[in-house]
Design a protein. Structure first.
Length: 120
């Protein structure tokens, strides 16, 4: 599982891959040229870097995701809670709720989620 925090440009690139994977590397180069203004070498450099971090792989000319976008961001969130709140979800939620009001609908949704996790 990747513990790599993505920068803004890397996030845009990762989103392109996650939205289209599996994708032919040549097609990815064309998309990155059009959407990011990158040259072929830049696309392959960033792909190699993110491949080394365990996000993507290039095999037989096809780029695929090793982990999903959701898995990646879940790991990032878990790491943030661990580092910032000693792993305490209640402490994280309390800090979050002090800054942003939670609607009744959001509270109900959170209750349903908590109840479903307790059942599993």
């Amino acid at each position: 599982m990747s513990e790599y925090k993505l920068g803004a440009v890397e996030s845009r690139f990762a989103d392109i891959v996650w939205e289209r994977a599996p994708i032919a590397s040549g097609e990815l180069v064309k998309i990155c040229a059009a959407e990011l203004g990158w040259k072929r070498t830049t696309t392959y450099t960033v792909l190699k870097k993110l491949g080394e971090r365990g996000l993507f792989k290039l095999e037989d000319g096809v780029v695929s995701a090793v982990i999903s976008r959701e898995e990646h961001y879940a790991a990032q969130s878990e790491r943030f809670v661990e580092e910032s709140f000693g792993g305490s979800l209640p402490a994280f939620f309390a800090a979050f709720a002090k800054r942003k009001p939670i609607s009744r609908e959001e509270l109900e949704e959170l209750r349903r989620m908590i109840d479903s996790f307790g059942e599993g």
